[in-house]
Each structure stands twice: as C-alpha cells, then as structure tokens.
Design a protein around this ligand. Structure first.
Ligand code: AVI
Length: 356
C-alpha cells in the first residue's frame, strides 16, 4: 500500500496545499458525493492537509472541542500532571507579590485593570488574580465557545461588579479586542494579558515568538503574566503525559473521535495507540497517534492509507529554562520582569512588561 490520499475531488479548493497533494491520485467516483458543508471548517481543512502531509501532523488546538476540553479539565486533576496544581499553588501563594509587581509596572491602576486571558478554558486560575488585582474588565478568549460561555456565566455570578466579555476565537490568529475601558477621568485601564498553563509550549518556537509579538502589540503599556513549564527530569515529564488512568490517551484519541462526530470520518479508535515521549534535544514532549495496523480511513470522502506503526503527530509541549524563556520574550519586545518558581522548580510564572 502506498500511504496516499486517494480520493481527491479538488482539495485545493478546500485549502489543502498543492504540495501536499502532488503525490496523490484521485478517485472521482468516491468524491462525487463527498463534499459535505463541514469541509469548510478549519478542522476539516487542516485535518485533510495534515493527513496528506508527511510526516502526518495536526495542530494541537483541534483537541479542544467540548469533549476534549472536558478531558483536558480531567488531565489537570491527575496526580501525574503536575503543571496545573503547581501553577495554581504558585498563583495562590504569590498572588499579592504578583499583583504588587503588576501594579508597580503599569503605573496608575485607577479604577482597575483590564485582564485579557488567552485560552481561558474554565477560567479557574484567573480567579486567584482577580482576588489580588483590582480589575474592572475581564476578556477571556478561547477557541471552545461552549466551555468559554459557561465559565463566563459562573464568573459573572461570583463577581457581580466585573464586566466579563468573552470572545470565542482562535487567538493564534489576529484578534480585535474591544476598546480599553476608560475611568471617570478618561484614563485608559492598563491592559494585562494572562496566558497560564504553559500553553505557549504547544507552539513551535517560531509560533511562540509570533504569539508573543502579536500579544505585545495588544498589551502595550501593560504586560503579560505567563505560565511556563520548566525542563526537568524526563521521567517526571514522561509520567505527566502517560497517566495511569489513560485520560491523556483518551484526550489524544478524542481528536479522531471528533473527526468521526463532526466530519463523518470512520477512524476506529482502538486501532490507534496514544504515544507520548520526551524528546530531549528539542526539549519537548511529543504526542502521536500510531496506527496499530495497516488500515484505511475515510475523511470527508477522501481515503487515507495508514501503514502499521505510522504516526500522526498531534502535539508538542515545549519545556523551557527560566533564562531561555526570558530571552525569547525579550526578542518579542517584552521587558522580562520577575519569574516566580515553586520550590522544586517544576513550573514558572513570568511578568513581562511593556512600557509605553
Ligand atoms: C494545554 N497544554 C499546555 C497541555 C500541555 O501540557 O502541553 C496540553 C496537554 N496535552 C497532554 N496533556 C496536557
């Protein structure tokens, strides 16, 4: 079998790069009825392109439909997955110092800052910040609209005076924020970005730099508070992405389940294995879905052959040194401020300032 995309109506029309298709033949009969509307979604376009590419790859942002977001929330509770609890306790313990540092850095807080959270999810961590930093408006941005709006409702109920303006969007693309609120004297609220969870690690280094540059443009005069996972014993990293309950495996496989649900694909989930390992030369965890046998899969009318052992690369999770991350932030135009770490140096939280 030649691991090829074989049914090819006109993938170019659906955003699949010509280079990715060049080596593939067409099966027009299968394609005739194969253009459901869902093919216009980003997920459909990127999955088709990713399946046609070698090595096969898809952006990690597609994990987060409602089911994937719920699985990720379960990952965050796992004993092996140290990042969430470590960052939460760091934030809890250091919130007064962090808030004082931010207040000092942005100058006049006036009637409160505006917090913009990138990839807000359940907005659990920002609550610790809201308790410590006078805030008049909170703008959570997340790709998973359902999850986002539910979390926004809960936050409104708990913080009646807070203006909560959720934006369901992919923040890796250019994004427009509502105009900064003005206080009674007409002064703009300082804008504070919040990007916890080390989601920056899910970008390639070039994408991470691109995100930091783009966010610096949005946050001028304020700054960014960002959670960054640290390099450490590979055994600790390995366990965090290979939990005993198989929740991370379910999270990874949900990508295929999502394709079945949304795109009418026919991935047989038991025929794919979750595979996650630490790649020390690139300082990152890689997650893959590995075909357990030779098999064919149909997605939006296109047939893909998987060889036994062939992988689809689904996620990178880069780990950083404190100094390495500060250097990256400085390249993007930030002025790195303090970094707070837990006693075991598992995780770090950085304040990156943006003077006017
Ligand atoms: C969201 N992101 C920072 C998580 C991580 O650790 O890279 C996603 C994740 N993947 C597997 N487990 C958690």
């Amino acid at each position: 079998m030649n691991n090829a995309l074989r049914a090819t109506p006109d993938l170019r029309a659906h955003g699949v790069p010509a280079a990715a298709m060049a080596e593939h033949g067409a099966d027009r009969a299968a394609a005739a009825s194969a253009l459901p509307q869902v093919i216009d979604s980003d997920f459909a376009r990127e999955l088709l392109a990713g399946l046609a590419r070698r090595p096969r790859q898809i952006a990690a942002k597609f994990f987060y439909d409602a089911a994937g977001s719920a699985l990720f929330d379960r990952i965050c509770e796992l004993p092996e997955y140290y990042p969430t609890r470590t960052e939460l306790s760091l934030l809890g313990e250091r919130a007064p110092a962090i808030a004082a540092c931010i207040a000092d850095s942005v100058g006049e807080i006036g009637e409160g800052v505006e917090i913009v959270e990138f990839g807000a999810g359940s907005s659990r961590k920002v609550r610790l910040l809201l308790d410590a930093l006078p805030t008049r408006r909170f703008v959570p941005i997340d790709i998973s609209g359902e999850h986002l709006h539910a979390a926004a409702e809960e936050l409104r109920a708990d913080h009646p005076g807070l203006d909560v303006r959720p934006i369901a969007a992919d923040f890796t693309r250019p994004i427009e924020l509502p105009a900064v609120p003005l206080d009674s004297k007409g002064r703009p609220a300082p804008r504070v970005g919040f990007f916890p969870g080390s989601s920056i690690g899910n970008f390639t280094p070039a994408e991470a730099l691109g995100f930091l540059r783009q966010s610096a443009g949005l946050l001028r005069g304020g700054g960014l508070l960002i959670g960054v996972d640290l390099v450490k014993d590979p055994a600790v990293l390995h366990a965090a992405y290979n939990d005993g309950d198989g929740v991370t495996a379910a999270f990874n496989l949900n990508l295929l389940a999502r394709a079945n649900r949304e795109l009418g694909a026919n991935f047989e989930l038991p025929q794919f294995a979750h595979y996650a390992f630490y790649q020390p030369t690139l300082q990152r965890i890689e997650m893959h879905l590995v075909s357990r046998r030779a098999q064919q899969v149909r997605v939006c009318g296109h047939v893909f052959d998987f060889g036994e052992g062939e992988s689809m690369h689904t996620e990178n999770s880069h780990k950083f040194s404190v100094e390495g991350f500060r250097a990256l932030a400085a390249r993007a135009g930030y002025v790195p401020g303090p970094a707070w770490c837990d006693a075991q140096r598992l995780f770090s939280i950085h304040w990156l300032a943006l003077p006017h």
